[in-house]
Design a binder for this molecule. Structure first.
Ligand code: 2PG
Ligand code: MG
Length: 427
């Protein structure tokens, strides 16, 4: 037995940021090193994602994980004991084969991703190496540009606004530390603005303000005003970013804008989004059309790729084959990379590498349901993703990741390189 072999392993039910059950996996290696990780969960999901195994029924709104926990105890743990933790592909391949379904629905993407991430934690600890460094495998680390939510809407705020995330991207900062300081000022300015208008309801799932505006445009205006009120230039310092999450409000062939009481055809919606990209300093836009609508995505990418980064989340679901299709048909310019959409770290890396190799942008991302787990901060630095999306600037499941990034940046000292505007084609 080598000193990095899995000696023991356990799963436990813990709770996520929405108060729903989730799974934590803890792994101990023969040399005593311990690794631990918690599965996150999405609310606005793409059809092709790895599927969480949930109990259904009345308890915990159907979100129980007792079946997934049973699979972990009875099937996953017995098979993994004795495997070498530093051979991630071998371990992940074993997990995928054991599950045997394309979307990992038998044992559950939640059980598998917690296991897969915990393996990496254990291997890094076993080698006495920081997690980001283990992920980097000798390549240069890169501190990413954060994408931080100011207003939350869509499925994360009971559909109060149609668009889901209204975010800022402080690409002009000189470090991650400075980037967060800028965003703190913008978040404050946005809070003042919403309070003065009497539009504040509270905060949405990811910690952004949950305002009630009469139109999406009012929210876009408020976002731009907040950047400017805080003293930043939206063209050269802090850009706007929108996650449309268009799947969520597309019904029977129309985009239904609830707040505005309008239903738009695909052509009308295209013109609406195109108009916004022309008239606001939008540095990034995610899932502007439904995940099936490659035609609109292609047309939009041709028209706007020099002006804004077009991000595929539900469009790509962190799946290598989808990334390859998007590269071939030119339907976006960046991958939103969410490990739990893929289900294992190896599948995540396959999608990530395909995107990187083709020159697509890469944004490592959290989910709307999160925990204190900070694995993705290390992934972003180690894989040199250059961009990092975690939600807003409140709530500790978000701040845990921003703060972890500060620690990583500090630990790198003079080696810390902030990705800056280059990831968005600006310098
Ligand atoms: C997204 C994420 C994060 P969810 O759509 O990008 O904002 O949301 O985790 O609900 O998919
Ligand atoms: Mg999204």
């Amino acid at each position: 037995m080598s000193h990095l072999d899995i000696a023991s392993m356990e799963g436990r039910q813990v709770w996520d940021s929405r108060g729903r059950p989730t799974i934590e996996v803890e792994i101990r290696l023969s040399n005593g090193a311990v690794g631990r990780a918690i599965a996150p969960a999405g609310a606005s999901t793409g059809a092709g994602e790895a599927l969480d195994l949930r109990d259904g029924g009345a308890a915990f709104g159907g979100y129980g994980v007792s079946e997934a926990m049973a699979g972990l105890r009875n099937e996953i743990i017995p098979v993994l004991i004795g495997l070498p933790a530093d051979q991630q592909e071998l371990v992940d391949g074993t997990l995928e084969a054991l599950d045997g379904t394309p979307q990992l629905s038998r044992l559950g993407g939640n059980a598998l991703i917690a296991t897969s991430l915990a393996i990496a934690h254990a291997a890094a600890a076993g080698r006495d190496e920081p997690l980001w460094s283990y992920f980097a495998m000798g390549d240069a680390p890169l501190i990413p540009v954060p994408e931080i939510q100011i207003f939350g809407g869509g499925a994360h705020a009971a559909g109060a606004m149609d668009l889901q995330d209204f975010m800022v991207v402080p690409f002009g900062a000189s470090s991650f530390r400075e980037a967060l300081e800028w965003v703190a000022e913008i978040y404050l300015a946005a809070g003042d603005l919403v309070a003065r208008r009497g539009a504040s309801v509270g905060v949405a799932d990811e910690g952004g303000y949950w305002p009630v505006f009469d139109s999406n445009e009012q929210a876009l205006d408020a976002l731009l005003t907040s950047i400017e009120k805080a003293g930043f230039d939206p063209e050269t310092q802090v850009g706007m970013s929108i996650d449309v999450a268009a799947n969520q409000f597309f019904r029977d062939g129309s985009y239904i804008l609830k707040a505005e009481g309008r239903a738009l055809s695909t052509e009308e919606w295209y013109d609406q989004v195109a108009g916004w990209v022309r008239s606001y300093p939008i540095a990034m836009i995610e899932d502007p059309f439904t995940e099936d609508d490659h035609t609109s995505h292609q047309k939009f990418t041709v028209e706007f790729k020099d002006r804004t980064q077009i991000v595929g989340d539900d469009l790509l679901v962190t799946n290598r084959v989808n990334v390859e299709t998007a590269i071939a048909d030119g339907s976006c310019t960046a991958l939103l990379c969410k490990p739990n959409q893929a289900g294992t770290l190896t599948r995540t890396k396959n999608a990530f590498d395909a995107a990187k190799a083709a020159g697509l942008g890469t944004i490592v991302s959290a989910r709307s349901g999160e925990s204190e787990d900070t694995t993705i901060a290390h992934l972003s630095v180690g894989w040199a993703s250059g961009q990092f999306k975690v939600g807003s600037f409140t709530r500790s499941e978000r701040m845990a990741k921003w703060n972890e990034m500060l620690r990583i940046e500090e630990s790198l000292g003079a080696r810390a390189k902030y990705a800056g505007g280059s990831v968005l084609g600006r310098n």
